[in-house]
Design a protein around this ligand. Structure first.
Ligand code: TYD
Ligand code: MG
Length: 476
């Protein structure tokens, strides 16, 4: 711990979640209600005035927008050439953009940034500041990644005043700070990594970045529970918040934009960690589909949208007789309440008796989506399990299902059909409204338009799965 320059110190407690300061340690934060989030920090009484409130200072006189609108060309984006990364950024980084890249330790933040910095480096001169690793460690990683690094300057430093001095001297176009939790400013109160230090350092970097049009990436660790010392405090400060996490039982690394002032927030970037660094997963089509053979009951395939990207998704269902007075329902990867609604709609409109059945519905491969276009596939998977009849393996089911049992249209049906055709599917059961049969034909699919759940259920490979006369299914 650094010695403070001022003798008058006092302790105070600050919430790691929301930054609420209290003179006493409290079990629960009165502001954000988080438990055990109070961290002790040392505050210098005199230096209080020197410390900013954590807000960037862009103050100006009131100015007419029309006076500004024509000023200069629209800032050009610098693309990294890593398509999965650029798509999240809306095409590339903008001068002066400050990005928070957060994720659990070991996910590959340093690797991703080094790879991105190397791609940006001839166009933007790069200052890579590591507060966690020695120069040798960073250089070793660069060698492993096959990066020569002509325009990359490395700095192993945790003192913000020295980092700012290096920025002054080198005038880099891109600064990577790995990680924001390790930096501290010796003149400011608090230990490195404390809430006040993290926030003040980030705010100071932000001011510098905006003043000099420097792109800044702040890397930050989150714990498995998703807490990051100060991430919530930083989220409103920075322009873009990216979260890096694993999916599909740790095989896949997924980058998501939580906030983006210069681009979309609904995109995902998919990566795999390989021996030579992070590799883009371009063909995501079949990642979330299990390779169960034909004839398996209780599964159907659909095409969900993750941002602008169609992804094949497999709905799985298990319907069994319950042993409890209250039948169980679970939904994994799908919204629980929506799944309950779908089950109710099926009971009503397909006369499917589920009141004495446990129903488990999930998406294969750990996929999570709120895309209502999965509704029809989820319903057909449930029906397939309840009736013990396998759904045709060459068919995708795409459509939203409403309370009235009607199959409603979904956005980007054409893109979804194309993706299904690319993956080798032959038929698609789609909403009748929207009239996109032509799109399906173009993609080489037989499109079966259906208006209701019942029509969809009757359309399974010729055999009638729903017999409205008999009510019970024949399941285990
Ligand atoms: P790292 O980028 O250090 O993670 P973070 O900065 O998020 O803590 O990378 C973490 C893991 O990636 C580490 O366990 C080693 C592994 N790795 C590879 O498998 N291949 C590689 O080429 C590199 C550089 C790392
Ligand atoms: Mg790291």
């Amino acid at each position: 711990m650094k010695k403070q320059g001022t003798p008058r110190l006092r302790a105070q407690y600050r919430c790691a979640e929301c930054g609420y300061a209290a003179p006493k340690p409290l079990g629960q934060c009165p502001d954000c209600q988080a438990w055990n989030s109070m961290e002790e920090e040392v505050v210098a009484e005199e230096s209080k005035t020197k410390v900013s409130r954590g807000l960037a200072d862009f103050s100006s006189a009131p100015t007419k927008l029309s006076d500004l609108a024509g000023e200069g060309p629209v800032a050009a984006r610098s693309a990294t050439g890593i398509a999965e990364f650029d798509r999240l950024l809306g095409g590339g980084v903008v001068p002066g953009q400050v990005v928070l890249l957060a994720g659990p330790p070991g996910i590959g933040k340093s690797t991703l940034m080094l790879q991105a910095a190397a791609r940006l480096s001839p166009a933007l001169s790069v200052l890579y500041v590591s507060g966690e690793e020695s120069l040798k460690q960073v250089a070793d990683r660069a060698r492993r990644l096959g990066i020569k690094g002509g325009a990359i300057t490395l700095l192993s430093e945790t003192d913000l005043s020295k980092i700012l001095a290096a920025m002054d001297e080198l005038k880099p176009g891109l600064v990577v700070l790995d990680s924001v939790q390790t930096v501290h400013h010796p003149d400011w109160p608090g230990t490195p990594g404390s809430v006040s230090q993290v926030r003040e350092c980030a705010a100071e970097l932000l001011r510098t970045a905006k003043g000099k049009d420097t792109v800044v990436f702040l890397l930050g660790h989150v714990t498995k529970e998703g807490a990051l010392a100060g991430p919530k405090l930083l989220e409103h400060l920075v322009d873009t918040v990216l979260y890096f996490d694993t999916e599909r039982h740790d095989l896949l690394r997924v980058l998501r934009a939580r906030k983006n002032r210069f681009g979309p927030t609904d995109e995902i970037g998919l990566f795999e960690m390989a021996a030579g660094g992070l590799e883009e997963v371009k063909d995501a089509a079949s990642l979330f589909v299990d390779s169960a053979g034909p004839g398996t009951c209780g599964r159907t395939v659909s095409v969900a949208m993750e941002g602008s990207r169609p992804i094949l998704a497999e709905a799985q269902a298990l319907v069994v007789t319950t042993r409890y007075p209250l039948p169980r329902r679970t939904a994994t990867g799908l919204e629980y309440n929506r799944t309950l609604m779908l089950l109710a709609a099926m009971e009503k409109h397909l006369r499917l008796r589920l009141e004495d059945k446990d129903v488990f519905v999930s998406l294969a491969g750990g996929l999570k989506t709120g895309d209502p276009a999965m509704d029809l596939a989820a319903c057909m998977a449930v029906l397939s399990s309840a009736r013990d009849v396998a759904m045709p393996a060459d068919t995708v089911y795409i459509g939203e299902v409403g309370l009235l049992g009607r199959v409603g249209r979904v956005p980007n049906l054409e893109g979804r059909l194309k993706e299904a055709a690319k993956a080798g599917f032959k038929r698609a059961v789609t909403p009748a409204s929207g009239g996109k049969a032509a799109a399906g034909r173009q993609a080489g699919l037989t499109v079966v338009p259906v208006a209701t759940l019942q029509e969809a259920a009757e359309n399974i490979d010729g055999h009638k799965v729903v017999d409205t006369g008999t009510i019970d299914g024949h399941n285990a």
